[in-house]
Design a protein around this ligand. Structure first.
Ligand code: MN
Length: 286
């Protein structure tokens, strides 16, 4: 080895590609469950990823009426339409395209998530981020950022990176403050024939969800197409190359590697803690 030996790149590759499973949740909201289904139960620390996308009011008008959560965080990111969050800690707000609601359920919160529209396209994502064992019972917290409060890194090729959380390679940093799991959550839009790189901690679990277009991962010809979720191998950097205009989410975080017990809206570390959650809910301790 000499000092001038070229450094081998360590680009992540595609480990798994999925289109998720059609499902419904809340009061009949039609959605595609990409993570948290029978095929892919989780991608530690990500417990669930839903995409909802419809211009038919009957697919979304029921929304997600009042329901509890304990033990993790819910992240709603909108692409079209409007969504109202309201919880029993006194937080309330409406976001529209490119806005984010980041709720830390912690020891327990009861909230509703309702479409603020009677017609038109509703499109967005909900991601569940697990909390570390020692912070599962933290005080509930809510952060909301409208599109104009989201950091946008403009690229010289006309592309842009919306930084919801974490930082880009050029140190554009998202507004969301994360004290527990600190995910990188980027919404990247690129023109055709562009290349994009993002440094990632080697042990992170990382996925890309394709909103539009298609792209190649790393230096390979492995392709990811519209509406597909690609889970990436271990590595210190993500590189994508486009030959069409594309838009995608890049989300990454360090796995917790802790025991998991989940039941509906509660995600804890043991069965006993799940039973306690139901008991606390019934006894108005949320
Ligand atoms: Mn919820």
């Amino acid at each position: 080895m000499t000092n001038s030996a070229p450094q081998a790149n360590n680009y992540r590759k595609l480990a798994l590609v999925t289109s998720g499973q059609l499902s419904s949740d809340g009061a009949g909201v039609k959605l595609t469950r990409l993570i948290g289904n029978s095929e892919l139960s989780m991608l530690d620390p990500f417990l669930l990823l839903d995409v909802f996308q419809s211009d038919k009011p009957q697919d979304y008008s029921g929304g997600f009426p009042s329901h509890p959560h304990r033990g993790f965080e819910t992240v709603t990111y909108m692409l079209a339409g409007r969504m109202r969050h309201k919880d029993n800690a006194g937080n309330e707000g409406v976001i529209s395209a490119n806005g984010v609601q980041w709720m830390t359920a912690g020891r327990g919160i009861i909230h509703s998530e309702m479409p603020e529209q009677e017609s038109g396209l509703l499109k967005g994502f909900q991601l569940w981020v697990n909390l570390p064992k020692k912070h599962k019972m933290t005080t509930p917290h809510y952060q909301e950022f409208a599109a104009d409060k989201i950091t946008v890194e403009k690229r010289s090729d006309g592309g842009e990176i919306r930084v919801i959380s974490g930082s880009t390679n050029n140190n554009a940093t998202g507004a969301v403050v994360n004290n527990y799991v600190k995910p990188t959550y980027l919404h990247v839009t690129l023109p055709a024939n562009a290349s994009f790189e993002q440094n990632i901690a080697k042990a992170d679990n990382t996925f890309i969800y394709m909103i539009s277009g298609h792209l190649c991962i790393g230096d390979s010809t492995e392709k990811l197409d519209k509406n597909q979720l690609g889970i990436l191998t271990e590595g210190t950097s993500v590189k994508v190359v486009t030959n069409t205009a594309t838009s995608f989410l890049l989300v990454s975080a360090m796995p917790l590697n802790e025991p998991l017990a989940r039941s509906g809206p509660f995600v804890m570390n043991s069965k006993a803690e799940i039973i306690q959650a139901y008991s606390d809910l019934q006894n108005n301790r949320f």
